[in-house]
Design a protein around this ligand. Structure first.
Ligand SMILES: [Zn+2]
Ligand SMILES: [Zn+2]
Length: 338
C-alpha cells in the first residue's frame, strides 16, 4: 500500500508498505479519510514526541476489512471511528480514571502507524461503531470533536453563559457549536481571517471581531459589560493565551485549549488571579468523550462538513503540511483513494 511516512523531523515521503494485518484483538480498517491536525504538523516539525519513522494520522474512520483473533464486538463491513489514544489500563492514572495521563500511553499516528494510508490496524478497544446517520467523512472529525467536548466539560459552561472564543479554525468552529449546545447565550469570536469569521457566524457566533482592526476587549465590554464568563483560547499562541485573561469577568474561567510551543511563556499577574478569582483550566485530549462526540454528530447538534476545505491524496502530505501552516485551510482530509 502507498502510505505517507514521517521519516524524521521535516522529511515526509510516500512509501510502498506491506499492508497491516489484524493481529489478536485488533480490527483492520480500510481508511476512508484522515484529518490533518496541528499535532501532525508539530510532529513533522519535531516539536511533539513521536516515533520515527511513523505513518502519521490520528483523525480517521473507515470500514472494517478483517478482525483479529478474539474480536467479537466488530465484524467485516462495520463502519467505525477511531480513538487514537491508547491507555495502558494498569498505571496509577489509568486506574484512577485519568487515562489521558497514562504513564505508558501510546497513540495511533504518533507511536503506532496511523491513518494516512489505505489500511490501518487498531486495537478493538479504540474502535467505535458509527450510527447510520454519521458519514465516514463526518467521523474523521470524531477525535478533534471529542477533544473539544472534553474542553467544554472542563470549562463548565452553564446555561446563559457568555463565551469568548479566540480563533475560528477547526477547533474554534467546533467550540462555537458545543458552547451553544451547552447553553451559552452570547458567543463572541475573535479571528483575523474574514472567511473564517463568516463560517463562525454560520455556526452560530453572535458577534465576530477582527482583532487586527478592532479591540476585542472593547467589543466585549460593550457586549457583556464586565467581560465574559468563559474565554477559550483555540489558537495556540502566547498572545491569544495572554489575551484570554483580559477578556473574562471577575470569577471567570480561562480555558487553554490551543497547543502552544512547549517553551512559550506569558506573563500573568498573580494579583489578578487572586483579586478577580480567576479560574485557569487546561484541557488535554479526549478521555471518555468519543461516544458523546459521535452522538453530537448523529443528532446534528454539531456540523462538520463546512470545515472540510481540502481533500488530498497520501502523496500530497508535504503540500498538506504547507497548507496547514499557511492558515489557508480549515480541515484538510487525506483520502487514500485519491
Ligand atoms: Zn488531532
Ligand atoms: Zn496507564
Amino acid at each position: 500500500m502507498r502510505a505517507a511516512v514521517f521519516c524524521e523531523p521535516g522529511i515526509v515521503k510516500v512509501e510502498d508498505r506491506v499492508a497491516p494485518v489484524a493481529g489478536p484483538g485488533e480490527v483492520l480498517l480500510e481508511v476512508n479519510a484522515c484529518g490533518v491536525c496541528g499535532t501532525d504538523r508539530h510532529v513533522y516539525e519535531g516539536s511533539y514526541p513521536a516515533r520515527f519513522p511513523v505513518i502519521p494520522g490520528h483523525e480517521f474512520a473507515g470500514t472494517v476489512a478483517a478482525v483479529g483473533a478474539g474480536v467479537t464486538a466488530f465484524a467485516k463491513g462495520d463502519r467505525i471511528a477511531v480513538d487514537p489514544n491508547i491507555p495502558c489500563s494498569k498505571c496509577r492514572f489509568c486506574r484512577a480514571g485519568l487515562v489521558h495521563f497514562c504513564t505508558d500511553q501510546r497513540a495511533i499516528g504518533l507511536q503506532i502507524d496511523g491513518g494516512f494510508a489505505p489500511m490501518a490496524s487498531v486495537p478493538e478497544s479504540q474502535a467505535y461503531k458509527l450510527p447510520d446517520s454519521v458519514t465516514l467523512d463526518q467521523a474523521a472529525m470524531v477525535e478533534p470533536l471529542a477533544c473539544a467536548v472534553h474542553g467544554i466539560d472542563r470549562a463548565r459552561i452553564q446555561p446563559g453563559a457568555s463565551v469568548a472564543i479566540l480563533g475560528a479554525g477547526a477547533i474554534g468552529l467546533l467550540m462555537i457549536q458545543l458552547a451553544r449546545a451547552a447553553g451559552a447565550s452570547t458567543i463572541v469570536v475573535s479571528e483575523p481571517r474574514e472567511s473564517r469569521r463568516r463560517l463562525a457566524v454560520e455556526f452560530g457566533a453572535d458577534v465576530t471581531v477582527d482583532p487586527r482592526a478592532e479591540s476585542v476587549e472593547e467589543i466585549l465590554r460593550h457586549e457583556t459589560e464586565f467581560g465574559v464568563d468563559v474565554a477559550i483560547e483555540a489558537v495556540g499562541l502566547p498572545t491569544t493565551a495572554r489575551q484570554a485573561f483580559d477578556l473574562v469577568r471577575p470569577a471567570g474561567t480561562v480555558l487553554i485549549f490551543g497547543c502552544c510551543d512547549p517553551n512559550d511563556e506569558i506573563s500573568v499577574r498573580p494579583y489578578d488571579i487572586y483579586r478577580r478569582e480567576l479560574t485557569v483550566v487546561g484541557t488535554f485530549v479526549n478521555p471518555f468523550t468519543t461516544d458523546r462526540a459521535i452522538k453530537m454528530l448523529a443528532s446534528g447538534q454539531v456540523k462538520v462538513e463546512p470545515l472540510f476545505s481540502h481533500r488530498l491524496g497520501v502523496d500530497q502530505m508535504e503540500q498538506a503540511m504547507a497548507l496547514h501552516g499557511s492558515g489557508e485551510s480549515i480541515k484538510i482530509l487525506i483520502d487514500p483513494t485519491i
